[in-house]
Design a protein around this ligand. Sequence first.
Ligand SMILES: Nc1nc2c(ncn2[C@@H]2O[C@H](COP(=O)(O)OP(=O)(O)OP(=O)(O)O)[C@@H](O)[C@H]2O)c(=O)[nH]1
Ligand SMILES: [Mg+2]
Length: 326
Amino acid sequence: MSKPPVDIRCTASPAWLARLRDGDRGALARAITAVENETPDAARVLATAHPHLGRARVIGVTGSPGVGKSTLVSALVGAYRRRGLSVGVVAVDPSSPMTGGAILGDRVRMSGHSCDPGVFVRSLASRGHLGGLSRTASRVVDVMDAAGRAVVLVETVGAGQSEVEIAGLAQTRLVVLAPGMGDEIQAVKAGILEIADVLVINKGDQPLAQATAAQLTEMTAFLDASWRPPVVVVSALDETGIDDLLSAVDAHRAWLEGHPRGLDGDARTRRMVATLAGETVVQALDSLDDPRYADLIARVGRGEVDFERAAVEALRLLAAMDDQVP
Ligand SMILES: Nc1nc2c(ncn2[C@@H]2O[C@H](COP(=O)(O)OP(=O)(O)OP(=O)(O)O)[C@@H](O)[C@H]2O)c(=O)[nH]1
Ligand SMILES: [Mg+2]
């Protein structure tokens, strides 16, 4: 289960941590490993990162297996590097144990960026429940942000809630589709259109790409939203359409700046924050060693307090002991 909260005032700051802010790759790798494994250094890493957050451009790349997300991420890495920006890649695979995520990362690594110090790739795979994974992913993104990565690309595979939660980390969410998937989208369009800031039809070199794009554009026309996701056709393999995609991402960024609610107040962000807050509370209560809490649990056991009231009391107790919440 969860580890007890670490009081960072009681631990020495490791020397390597000072190099994180300089973008040192070794420090970045160690910091990510610390937050991923929740080692005793993790709290110190997060505290070091905290004042330096919010500078990176975080772009989510999500979509069904095999649509070409990794190939697209690699093409985007190349495009951002040509703009002179440093890039971090977080490849998340909620569906598989260790191997899947490693493969995601390897594909990116293999595609020509492995010798570029301006590119840092980390794969994360599911080791347990999804809440933990999305929290880890969010912390890894924060560490890359604090280490000065100008762009952080988060690749997620999977469908449904998991995808939505991890996509929620990004400021701009790209939903990648393959040609011929238009009918499939029709069936689930609410979900897909909800998370998409930009709809990307990859494999634009294949015959049905333009027709699928037209079909999707038609669907988005009915959206009642101030940002309507543009549909961009690309071929990640041939690296065509990537500039148009970058322009769409830039346009979304510009739109976000004029609509701050889109950044921090919209429904998706609220859901994301609520999920992570719930997760944090569960962990804190699981590890709470306090006679008042033990007494509360005992009173519930004796039927003196009902569960709902006990839950509220537990929250109050936790709120009064703010050192228990990481
Ligand atoms: N024709 C064509 N094939 C592509 C394109 N982009 C990717 N592919 C191929 O599609 C297959 C899957 O590509 P990946 O990039 O691994 O797809 P993915 O979405 O990351 O896959 P998972 O991570 O397994 O979900 C590979 O064989 C790619 O070479 C493209 O633009 N055109
Ligand atoms: Mg992939």
